[in-house]
Design a protein around this ligand. Structure first.
Ligand SMILES: Cc1cc2nc3c(=O)[nH]c(=O)nc-3n(C[C@H](O)[C@H](O)[C@H](O)COP(=O)(O)O)c2cc1C
Length: 243
């Protein structure tokens, strides 16, 4: 019998098993963690020195129970890094979007977009939206701040898909600024984790309430009765002052 090369492809196998079982409220988190962003746009993990120093352990994720274990054989450094080395598939490419579409009806967002070229490509392959993100600045020093490239991405997609933004949004004013520059929504990562660490579920609720209250106050002070009233003229950027 001719021997077939055995290609154990963690990403595809994982997606095949996990995606069909997912329902709407959990899809975003799962996509963040498993599929497009790190796999496609960042096929390797950045050098996260704090993780190395603290010997960070990758959490066991409920979604992957019985499918994937994050246990790795590594005595030193970051176990997250060791886990990523074992499981990330650097061969992922744009063609995989088509394949993803074929195994799920969930909306697919491309996260980690920082250039107009990638934003345009995302529109070309017809995804449900893009997330302008630098992965919270974890991956690589000197990536641009997301707010500074937001307009470039908004212009590049030309209204064809929604543009979301994350990274460094800490106040309702940050959310307001992003919406004024064309984002449809703003996502937060660490603030809710800090709230969780400080006071569990209540802490998370409090963080979201604070952001909402600050955002509403900003809208009122800028004379915006509704979200649709927030416009580009409500903010001034460095580029504006050069004109
Ligand atoms: C503990 C932690 C784990 C993260 N893991 C991932 C990940 O696996 N993939 C990814 O694309 N982004 C990951 N991120 C980045 C977030 O998805 C998000 O882009 C970032 O936290 C947003 O910035 P903010 O924390 O300043 O709000 C992670 C962030 C944190 C804090």
């Amino acid at each position: 019998m001719a021997s077939e090369p055995v290609n154990v492809n963690e990403f595809r196998e994982l997606a095949r098993q996990v995606l069909p079982k997912m329902f709407y409220p959990t899809y975003l988190r799962a996509l963040w963690r498993t599929l497009l962003p790190d796999a496609m746009l960042a096929p390797r993990l950045g050098r996260r020195e704090a993780d190395i120093k603290n010997r960070m352990v990758a959490p066991q994720l409920k979604n992957f129970e019985g499918i994937l274990s994050t246990d790795v054989n590594s005595d030193e450094g970051s176990k997250v890094e060791a886990f990523v080395k074992e499981t990330f598939d650097a061969s992922l490419c744009w063609e995989d979007i088509e394949w993803l579409k074929s195994i799920t009806n969930l909306p697919i967002l491309i996260k980690g977009v920082l250039t107009h070229e990638v934003a345009r490509k995302a529109v070309e392959v017809v995804v449900a939206g893009i997330v302008v993100s630098n992965h919270g600045g974890h991956q690589l020093d000197y990536t641009p701040t997301t707010i500074s490239v937001l307009e470039e991405e908004v212009d590049a997609v030309g209204g064809k898909v929604p543009v979301l933004l994350d990274g460094g949004a800490r106040r309702g004013t940050d959310v307001f600024k992003a919406l004024a520059l064309g984002a449809q929504a703003v996502l937060v990562g660490r603030p809710v984790i800090y709230g969780l660490a400080a006071n569990g579920e209540h802490g998370v609720r409090r963080v979201i309430e604070m952001l909402k209250d600050e955002f509403e106050l900003t809208m009122a002070l800028c004379g915006c009765p509704g979200v649709m009233d927030i416009t580009r003229s409500h903010v001034r950027t460095e580029c504006d002052s050069m004109l």
